[in-house]
Design a binder for this molecule. Sequence first.
Ligand code: FES
Length: 371
Amino acid sequence: MAEEAKNNGGSDAVVAAHGHGGDGASAGTAVIVPDAVQNPGLPPHRKRVTDLDPKKAKNAERVVYSLFYLSIAGSLGAVLAYMFLPIETGELGAIRLHTMFVGLGMALSLLAIGIGAVHWGKALMDDHESIDYRHPVPSEAEVREASAEVFELADKESGFSRRSLVRNSLIGALIAFPIPGITLLRSLAPQDRDPVQQLHHTMWTKGVRLARDPSGVPIKASEVTIGSAFHVIPETLNHEDFSKLSLDERGGSDHLLDAKAKAIVLLMRLDQSELKELPERKGWSYDGIVAYSKVCTHVGCPVALYEQHTHHLLCPCHQSQFDVSEHAKVVFGPAKRPLPQLPITVDDEGYLVAQSDFHEPVGPSFWERLK
Ligand code: FES
């Protein structure tokens, strides 16, 4: 049975009710509510000022081509900055100037193109509205059937499904094909040295003073107050002397920045009562002063943020957090290992010095790493 009725709100609705009739359908009621959302259509078209006033259109045109000329000036500026502000000296000031002006030139160039193009589109290009109706996406049934037939025929003629030995050996050959490319990656590591060994050593050795980064001024234990944090490099890491050091003294690195990237350290002083040291690491700190590698054990970003109250170090890349009061163990984030600790003490003049190199490789994990 079916009947039409008005619903409580007064709008038209169709109510269909099925009793326990002879057709075997179960009882129920379906209400078909009329479509509540009416197509509002397009709002009335409003002309732009540039459509109504030729003077304004001319002005907009001037703005657009000025922006494109500005972009050309930015590109040329970046090229000139690259040529006349070289960074061959390796000085930090020169690097800053070079990157700043090359970057500014490129930014100006891109920004001006972007703004110019948008302004052109909004103010000058033709402004008519049109309706594009959607079309059915799938292909016709005959086209799909014909495609399936082509695949079946190709399979039958090539014997791809039938000749399993040929097929499987082809799959094996395709899997093996990229392997030589992977082995070529070995050429990226030094040929005459063991790359794994290089990852195990840094510039820190017994007696090397801890110095401020980047000035290289050595740090006295008395200068490190409770709650303070220092960014630290080995005193032996400076431009003048680096090339005179032996490969071993350079921690196996050919370039100063590589050596620095491995050896950078964060130095903090805590109240001695807050420090929970591992028994085997007793004596690695000095009067509450502890030194940890600044290279995150997740994927190697610099762990640069120290929160004094919680004693947490935060890596800004993926938010790993390390607790300095508990041997830099991971308290949050994707890092899996604590930051390696640098054992330190003081020399006769009160300067902080390393007791040795790190006892484990710094930075992210790699296959041959044992711990
Ligand atoms: S590199 Fe530090 S959390 Fe990912």
